[in-house]
Design a protein around this ligand. Structure first.
Ligand code: MF3
Ligand code: CO
Ligand code: CO
Length: 258
């Protein structure tokens, strides 16, 4: 096994799927409100993807039962949308979308805030978004994968937060989860080197308190903080170009192609 260098044709396919995933997050933003269930959001997301010729990759993935992951407050990741999970004022939530379009995968997630969150929650969300930005700035041919995690963890820890190390980013595009594993806490100049044509996610999960994860026994998926303090996450799918990066799931033109 090794890190796949994607062909031009594969890159074009993965770019289209990634744009679809990014557009799902833009679309669903209008429906994230107090009183709405996460299952309702999941239904909207399912229909949006299917109407555009895509398949929600999480559905039946290792038995996962829904079309996206929605992770509220102390849930780090892999929250299962449910009718009895109803959004309330002050909640922070991550919605994670993975699409399959013409056989190609795109994977992205972001945080949403319901009404008015606490200062502490906003600070965590902002810092986590910045962690993803810092990771992306490390993407260029010849740089070490470890420098992504080094940049992220240095900043997160300086802000008083911790980095979840039990889940990682990953190669993506032909399969849902490919090599390499992209650590969000790593040593400087460690790991393999990036090459043009590699495509992978960066998806830092940043905690207010302890970094450890506990998976709910009731469903085998829901990954929570051990101290029930807040966790946040942002994710993009990124291509290594000849000179830098292209954020394939960026549909808001937040990132220039470098
Ligand atoms: N989208 C998640 C990721 O970023 C994986 C979700 S797998 C599921 O890798 F089974 F929980 F849906
Ligand atoms: Co991912
Ligand atoms: Co994801």
């Amino acid at each position: 096994m090794s890190i796949i260098i994607k062909t031009e044709e594969q890159i074009n396919g993965i770019r289209k799927s990634s744009k679809l995933a990014g557009n799902v997050l833009l679309y669903v933003a209008d429906f994230v409100h107090e009183g709405v269930s996460t299952d309702y959001l999941d239904q909207l997301i399912h229909n949006y993807i299917v109407e555009r010729g895509g398949i929600p990759a999480t559905m039946n993935y290792n038995g996962f039962p829904k079309s996206c992951c929605i992770s509220l407050n102390d849930i780090i990741c892999h929250g299962i949308p449910a009718r009895d999970v109803v959004l309330k004022n002050g909640d922070i939530l991550n919605i994670d979308i993975t699409t399959i379009l013409n056989g190609y995968f795109g994977d992205t997630s972001k945080m949403f805030i319901v009404g008015q969150a606490t200062e502490a929650a906003m600070k965590l969300v902002d810092a986590t978004k910045h962690c993803l930005n810092l990771g992306i700035q490390q993407v260029r041919p010849g740089n070490y994968f470890g420098n992504i995690g080094y940049a992220i963890s240095r900043y997160a820890v300086a802000q008083g937060f911790t980095v979840v190390y039990e889940y990682c980013g990953h190669g993506v595009g032909i399969e849902f989860h490919e090599e390499p594993q992209v650590d969000h806490a790593a040593r400087k100049n460690s790991g393999p080197k990036m090459k043009p044509g590699m495509i992978f996610t960066i998806e830092p999960m940043i905690n207010e308190g302890k970094p450890r994860v506990r998976v709910d026994e009731s469903d085998g998926w829901t990954a929570r903080t051990v101290d029930n303090r807040l966790s946040a996450q942002f994710e993009h799918t990124i291509l290594v170009t000849g000179t830098g990066y292209e954020v394939l799931t960026d549909v808001s033109n937040e990132y220039m192609i470098s």
